[in-house]
Design a protein around this ligand. Structure first.
Ligand code: GAP
Length: 513
């Protein structure tokens, strides 16, 4: 646990030190759970967004994009169910006066059981050495089985109580597990109450005429209310999808874990409109397609798993999360929801407008069902960034900090380094940079010894360093160094674009899907 926390602290400090993420309004002591993306962060974020957009929109002829406004008519949120049902179960500790999400308190308790399991596994691995079989140990050791059973039973009961809106039982569970407030250490809890997560604002000049609005808590509703506009203007036939990326806002009470849970964040969502009755097969299709997209980034199969929901959101008949192994354990990265015809029907009822598709093959109109894929851009950022940050022991006994970002997502693709600041080498390096910058984000660095510059670029996540030396003056060759392997090769300047392109192009990476 302490090791996990140290790693997470390192992620946060590295993100700041290397210009990826800053606390919002830092000079005023910051604003809780709100963050700014700095010079490198904004590039990484843009690349993740583009990687998603290409996979979803460009590579699928039946998926088109949309950029709907953040402000929407307030009835949208009544129709979508967010006014009545978009809330978290909260509980206050009477001594510390601190407010918590009741379900998170219980989940954290279960997480501690997982940590106990990990400890048992480590102990046994030490004891049995090479003969240790982890999966056999986990499936047979009575203590591990006990922790697992206990955790599963707790989560099951929590899921059922939340589904039934039985908040008294959620409180009873907290009391039975003897969960104490992390601040005061007391078990003096209030009842559990629901708290709506939407931010309200006003539109209009005068207090009397102003209209109450909400900042959108998801981008999906902008897609639903434009369903017919897009279908008709694009002459789309079912099945088809509408994709959009954009900001969403939630007044999260447990806003912690850096950019994992923010109050202002960005989503990348796609609503796929299908014929009623086909939702099961499309659900499986998109589960598989989205997992393949994640795996194409090469961050390790072991770092992902599906978590099928017991408790559905108010609109879904099936739902799963793609979870990722963050520095604080497995947590939701993306949601895949079978949303039925809930949203379109609700908007039909509230707007009085028909939101249907005329199916020529069946010669009838129907309200399509919807399959949704929804991934948080900031969570993707955290997954990529935290997984890439590594401390490596080198053969010569030293260590290096290296940010092994998938090259396709790296903010800067190459750094051009003249070996010395004289003899015409800076001029050649600058010329190489001027040529490469038409195709890639590149940087120039001539300060310090070249070894230190390599380390700086490693920590910054730059996949290639290109060094110009005295031989370059005679043979038009440079040394290209790979960040991950530290391997160095002599190549012609004229080959650089092709070499870099092969390793960083979205095509190369998306073809792994
Ligand atoms: N339209 C469906 C929807 O919004 P969700 O599970 O509430 O579903 C989808 O959110 C994704 O948005 C999550 O899987 C997560 O990646 C991201 N997300 C949700 N709340 C977030 C928050 N407070 N901060 C950062 N990302 C968040």
């Amino acid at each position: 646990m302490a090791k996990q926390q140290d790693k997470f602290k390192h992620v946060i400090s590295h993100a700041k030190e290397y210009g990826y993420v800053f606390q919002s309004s830092e000079i005023y002591d910051g604003l809780s759970a709100v963050y700014d993306y700095a010079q490198n962060g904004v590039e990484l974020k843009k690349n993740i967004r583009e990687y998603w957009w290409k996979a979803m929109v460009q590579m699928n002829e039946n998926i088109v994009g949309l950029d709907s406004a953040i402000f929407m008519h307030p009835t949208v949120w009544k129709a979508s169910g967010h006014v009545d049902a978009f809330s978290d179960p909260l509980i206050d500790n009477k001594d510390s006066k601190k407010r918590y999400r009741a379900d998170v308190l219980v989940e954290d308790y279960v997480l501690k059981l997982d940590t106990k399991i990990e400890k048992e596994v480590k102990k046994a691995a030490k004891r049995f050495g090479d003969a240790f079989n982890k999966s056999e140990f986990i499936s047979t050791n009575p203590r591990v089985l006990g922790y697992k059973e206990k955790g599963d039973a707790i989560l099951k009961r929590l899921g059922q109580s939340l589904e039934k809106e039985d908040l008294a039982d959620v409180k009873a569970l907290i009391e039975e597990l003897e969960i104490a407030c992390p601040l005061s250490g007391s078990r003096n809890w209030t009842d559990v109450k629901q708290f709506n997560l939407m931010f309200g604002t006003k539109l209009g000049a005068s207090a009397e005429t102003a209209m109450d609005l909400y900042l959108r808590p998801e981008t999906a509703q902008g897609i639903f209310v434009n369903f017919l506009n897009v279908q008709k203007s694009g002459r789309m036939k079912i099945p088809f999808g509408i994709a959009q990326t954009g900001k969403a806002f939630r007044n999260e009470i447990v806003a912690r874990q850096f950019i994992f849970r923010m109050r202002e964040f960005e989503q990348m969502e796609m609503q796929f409109f299908i014929k009623p009755g086909t939702q099961k097969e499309w659900y499986e299709h998109w589960k598989e397609a989205r997992m393949k997209w994640h795996l194409s980034l090469g961050m390790g199969e072991d770092n992902y798993r599906f978590y099928d929901h017991e408790k559905m959101a108010h609109y879904a008949d099936a739902a799963t999360d793609i979870e990722f192994r963050f520095p604080f354990g497995f947590k939701e990265l993306e949601g895949i929801h079978s949303r039925t015809d809930f949203d379109l029907k609700a908007h039909e009822e509230h707007s009085g407008k028909k939101l249907q598709f005329f199916d020529h093959t069946e010669n009838k109109s129907y309200v399509p069902y919807v399959l949704e894929t929804s991934v948080g851009l900031d969570r993707m950022f955290l997954a990529v960034f935290s997984n890439s940050l590594q401390e490596e022991e080198l053969e010569n006994g030293t260590t290096r900090t290296v940010l092994k970002l998938p090259a396709v997502l790296a903010p800067t693709k190459a750094a051009i380094l003249p070996l010395v600041k004289k003899d015409g080498l800076p001029e050649i390096a600058r010329k190489i940079m001027d040529d490469l910058k038409w195709d890639f984000n590149v940087t120039y660095d001539e300060k310090d010894a070249v070894g230190r510059r390599y380390r700086r670029q490693d920590a910054n996540g730059t996949p290639f360093c290109i060094t110009v030396d005295h031989d370059t003056l005679n043979d038009d060759s440079v040394t290209i160094r790979h960040r991950d392997t530290m391997e160095q090769k002599r190549v012609k300047i004229s080959e650089l674009t092709t070499i870099i392109e092969q390793e960083v192009s979205m095509k190369t990476w998306l073809m792994k899907m």
